[in-house]
Design a protein around this ligand. Structure first.
Ligand SMILES: Nc1ncnc2c1ncn2[C@@H]1O[C@H](COP(=O)(O)OP(=O)(O)OP(=O)(O)O)[C@@H](O)[C@H]1O
Ligand code: SF4
Ligand SMILES: [Mg+2]
Length: 371
């Protein structure tokens, strides 16, 4: 989180109406791409300012990784625009694209799967340097790798070792070093701590914050853990079944969320004060997250939303800026804002379970403590 830093408010990255669909192949159809198509990311727009941490939060399967990969053009969008540093990324090819890609790196969720087990750490961290800075001599590359490893808290003796010789947290540091080595301006962090033990998560988050400060990095930070998001982000986008339903500043989101889905997610986060915790209302969403293959008509949340009215079943709400810097996709955001009480049928007065979702997919409420 950019506490104490002066943010230069210009956009580094802009996504406009990004879309990606896949075919859901099953059984005999598996692998031939002829199953029913569904839209994993459906018209997503947002911008990321230089030097900020922009978080994208949402349940498993809502399209976060698909979005991240499109932003780096690791997969091609079906439609939409991506502007990076003033350039239309989707029209770039060859050398121009390679140069822009140097500026946009990624840290992956799984530090075990994302590092090639047959490569030594020196080769793993040096590989992007060989691609993006081919003019470096072997010695210069080795030096750069050594310096980068130190920056992420690893010794130079790591150079000759293999990933399996490291702990999960150390492996994620290697992944961070690989992203950092080519001196990018944007790092897309796809759930970089969710595979780590809670005790290690805070260390890796602190490292990311320190590196951001030191190298003026911009982060697009994907997470499903709201405590991590609260700790690290400047602004937050909330995704639900392929769409962004709310974007605002971190503080605004936690103080006054306007979308019922965001409210439900946040009402699952435990409050450290037992008195406040006992008194607060919870919004429980009933039912399962709908399949993106066959999303509900109108608003995607309507079958589960305690505020739903007839219009919600017919008309899909657009994401609109309802207050400066605060956008929400809900027909009734203003009523929800002005309401101190949730609808009676949405209140959970009996259950001690705080769950935004009774299904297998849920957003985790806590791991890294707030500062
Ligand atoms: N290559 C692919 N082919 C077909 N379907 C895919 C492919 N990649 C992702 N999907 C599907 O697209 C949807 C979005 O997947 P995505 O990985 O973007 O979700 P996510 O929000 O990152 O989830 P998680 O939190 O579990 O990582 C899911 O239903 C997923 O099964
Ligand atoms: S548009 Fe209707 S169904 Fe959708 S979130 Fe708002 S109130 Fe709920
Ligand atoms: Mg993912």
């Amino acid at each position: 989180m950019a506490q104490g830093r002066i943010l230069i408010m210009s956009n580094l990255l802009e996504a406009r109406e990004l879309r990606k669909s896949y075919s859901r192949a099953t059984g005999l159809l598996s692998g031939n791409g002829h199953g029913p198509r569904f839209t994993a990311v459906d018209g997503v727009s947002f911008s990321v300012e230089c030097g900020e941490t922009f978080a994208v939060v949402g349940e498993s399967g809502c399209g976060k990784t698909t979005l991240a990969r499109m932003l780096l053009r690791l997969i091609e969008p079906d439609a939409g625009e991506i502007q990076f540093d003033g350039q239309n990324l989707l029209t770039l090819g060859g050398e121009e694209l390679r140069r822009q890609r140097q500026q946009m790196q990624m840290i992956f969720q799984d530090p075990f799967a994302s590092l090639n087990p047959r490569m030594r750490v020196g080769e793993i961290v040096g590989e992007p340097l060989a691609i993006h800075e081919p003019g470096l001599s072997r010695t210069e590359r080795r030096e750069r790798v050594g310096v980068t490893l130190k920056r992420v808290g690893l010794n130079e003796d790591a150079l000759a070792r293999y990933p399996h010789e490291f702990s999960g947290g150390q492996r994620q540091r290697i992944g961070i070093a690989r992203a950092l080595a080519v001196q990018p301006s944007l790092i897309v962090c796809d759930e970089p701590v969710s595979a780590l033990d809670v005790s290690i998560q805070a260390q890796v988050i602190n490292l990311l914050e320190r590196l951001q400060e030191q190298f003026k990095l911009t982060y697009l930070f994907i997470a499903h853990d709201l405590s991590v998001v609260r700790h690290i982000s400047d602004r937050v986008a909330v995704m639900y079944v392929g769409k962004i339903v709310e974007i605002t500043t971190r503080d605004r989101l936690y103080e006054q969320p306007l979308h019922p889905y965001t409210r439900a997610l946040l009402s699952a986060v435990p409050i450290p004060d037992p008195v406040v915790e006992r008194k607060r209302q919870r919004i429980i969403l009933t039912g399962d997250v709908p399949s993106p293959v066959n999303p509900p008509k109108g608003c995607r949340l309507q079958p589960r939303c305690p505020f739903a009215q007839d219009i919600c079943r017919e008309v899909e709400p657009e994401l609109v800026e309802v207050e400066p810097g605060h956008s929400v996709a809900c027909h009734f955001w203003d009523r929800i804002r002005d309401q101190t009480q949730t609808p009676a049928f949405a209140r959970d007065t009996t259950s001690p379970v705080s769950s935004a979702d009774s299904t297998r997919n849920h957003v985790r409420a806590g791991a890294v403590s707030r500062q």
